[in-house]
Ligand binder design. Structure first.
Ligand code: NAD
Length: 253
């Protein structure tokens, strides 16, 4: 096999929530492999846009609140203005709410499940419809979590959403593999981003987490670069419905 199979030249990748954190890391990795990027963000992704353009690729800056799935069809239409086709979708945007299950509110349930699960499904559906119109196939990469595999503590809606993400990744892969549409997920372990600021600031929890990670460190956005390029490229053309863990060995314990 040639390393050319990992190249993404001429591809257009939509990445949600890429102004910061893991989404930014994955957008930059896809651009380094050759892709143009369509960033879908709540707020300005200036730093990501600058870095993608510095790599010699285009960055289309789209703004949307993905808690509302009403914007998704329009986002696909706008993404098509770049080259007329899309090839890769990274469903990365996500939030977390922490509270004892006994006190958990309907709002904290709905806010998390609407963004982390409902919009992931409907964005995947919209992308797959476009891949089918194009007849090109495509790559959909959902962002799962350790809590796709484990229960977690004080994060019931997050656990439900990320367990659901792993489930729909399999379900959609089953239906769409025959259209040459690959649906897979990446499950990051404990990564140093805004999402985990509270955990890392809690000395007791921080120490306990670090002691349990065989690699002995928090992950960083660049740790997702290899896996996301693999799943977005021809190198993974017989990989369907799997969730790749990138966790420094957390789940191996
Ligand atoms: P982050 O908070 O830095 O990034 C989250 C991104 O989602 C941001 O770009 C944010 O603007 C965007 N977003 C939030 N609400 C949105 C909305 N309503 N509409 C559109 N975009 C919205 O956190 P991160 O750690 O980079 O998280 C990225 C993904 O990785 C999330 O799905 C998260 O659940 C997942 N994840 C993170 C970790 C970790 O340890 N950091 C571990 C496993 C999974």
């Amino acid at each position: 096999m040639s390393l050319n199979n990992f190249k993404l030249d001429g591809r257009v990748a939509i990445v949600t929530g890429c102004n910061t954190g893991l989404g930014q890391g994955m957008a930059l990795a896809l651009a380094q492999a050759g892709a143009d990027i369509v960033g879908v963000n709540l707020s300005t992704p200036d730093d990501t846009k600058m870095q993608v353009e510095a790599l010699g690729h285009r960055f289309l800056d789209l703004r949307a609140n993905l808690s509302d799935i009403g914007s998704i069809d329009g986002l696909i239409r706008q993404a098509l203005t770049l080259t007329g086709s899309i090839h890769i979708l990274v469903n990365n945007a996500g939030i977390i709410r922490r509270e004892d299950a006994i006190n958990f509110t309907e709002k904290d349930w709905d806010d998390v499940v609407d963004l982390n699960l409902k919009s992931v499904f409907f964005f995947a559906q919209a992308a797959a419809r476009q891949f089918m119109v194009q007849g090109t196939g495509g790559k959909i990469i959902n962002v799962a979590s350790m809590l796709s595999f484990q229960g977690g503590v004080r994060v019931p809606s997050y656990t439900a959403s990320k367990s659901g993400v792993m489930g729909i990744t399999r379900a959609l892969a089953n239906e769409w593999a025959k259209h040459n549409i690959h649906v897979n997920a990446i499950a990051p372990g404990y990564m140093a981003t805004d999402n985990t600021t509270a955990l890392r600031a809690d000395e007791v929890r921080n120490t306990a987490i670090l002691e349990r990670i065989p690699a002995g460190r928090w992950g960083i956005p660049a740790d997702l670069a290899g896996p996301v390029v693999f799943l977005a490229s021809e190198a993974s053309n017989y990989v369907n419905g799997t969730t790749v863990t990138v966790d420094g060995g957390w789940l191996a314990r």
